[in-house]
Design a protein around this ligand. Structure first.
Ligand SMILES: [Zn+2]
Length: 327
């Protein structure tokens, strides 16, 4: 009987569940919209249904489950506490999945899982200092420093999306804070940022400007209009690239990585935008510039990392798990 590993990526918008061989090869993945209504068990139950579906198709049994989830996290309980981009802000993951499947379940921040994947099998393979940054619905990161996976007291050592990059008071974050990187440049907040920029715009009334002023210019349309030369879109993308450059540089200044990779839907769909942002980090750096590239693992980086967390358990997580009372 094959003993499969399950990797789960709980994103703000989509949840992906993958069945992996014991060696970590992806067998099949399914995805669904992350539940937006329901109680603290809704997300875990949706994950459980997807696992059952995969197991019924492939047979075999489960040996462990690794989960990378939007944060913030209580890493000792395996609960998500107050996620700014998920309507069910608080929900349980580890306890219900352990109860339903009777296997060990390891829960980490999604970008921690991604950093672990990058370090073991991605662009960071062979390096000891690897940072992963996601630019998606939210902005987040994970870091391996001197070969150590950084976790923090609650598993939130690298909430880099909440680095403060603006002091003007114009950008309020989903977490409640002011001027956070994510408040300005994440997918969820770009439409509001564009509205702020449109109110200050003194140039011509372009299509992007008019739509931004109405608060309904989404990132996809912004980048489309940017590519066809809309002047307001050029101004806005320039501003967002500068913000991302400052954010990425701040992360490099703190963790001093050899390799920094970028993933997440906004980045993966707009490699040219990432390139412009990366080219500007020099304006804000003190540390030696690392290699900066898109993650070679693409959309699967968190899923693969989540599976790898449970296959090659980081000793830092083992210490946390041992320290907490587990049944
Ligand atoms: Zn914030």
């Amino acid at each position: 009987v094959v003993q499969y590993i399950v990797g789960v990526d709980v994103g703000a918008t989509y949840t992906r569940v993958g069945l992996f061989s014991p060696e970590g090869t992806l067998v099949e993945k399914v995805s669904f919209g992350t539940p937006r209504v329901g109680g603290e068990l809704a997300v875990a139950l949706a994950i459980a249904r997807a696992i059952e579906e995969l197991l019924s198709r492939w047979g075999g049994s489960l040996s462990s489950i690794g989960v990378g989830t939007v944060g913030p996290l209580d890493i000792t309980s395996g609960d998500v506490v107050g996620a700014p981009n998920v309507p069910i802000g608080r929900f349980k993951i580890r306890e219900p999945l352990e109860r339903l499947f009777g296997v060990d379940v390891y829960v980490v921040n999604d970008c921690v899982a991604a950093a672990w994947a990058e370090y073991l099998v991605g662009a960071g393979r062979g390096f000891r200092n690897v940072v992963y940054v996601t630019i998606s619905t939210g902005i987040g990161g994970g870091a391996v420093v001197d070969g150590h996976l950084l976790l923090g007291k609650d598993g939130n050592a690298h909430e880099i999306g909440h680095i403060v990059l603006d002091l003007s008071g114009r950008f309020r974050c989903g977490c409640g804070g002011l001027g956070h990187w994510e408040a300005i440049a994440s997918g969820a907040n770009i439409p509001r940022t564009l509205e702020v920029l449109a109110r200050e715009w003194r140039g011509e009334a372009t299509e992007a400007y008019t739509r931004a002023l109405g608060g309904n210019l989404n990132p996809e349309e912004l980048f489309r209009l940017w590519r066809v030369g809309d002047r307001f879109a050029e101004f806005a993308v320039d501003f967002l690239a500068e913000v991302n450059a400052a954010g990425i540089a701040s992360v490099i200044n703190v963790y001093d990585p050899e390799v920094l990779t970028v993933g997440g839907s906004i980045a993966l769909r707009n490699p040219d935008f990432v390139e412009i942002s990366a080219a500007r980090v020099g304006n804000y750096l003190i540390n030696r510039k690392p290699s900066i590239s898109l993650t070679p693992l693409g959309d699967d980086v968190v899923l693969v990392g989540a599976a790898l967390i449970s296959i090659k358990l980081p000793r830092e997580l083992l210490e946390v798990v041992r320290g907490a009372s587990r049944t």
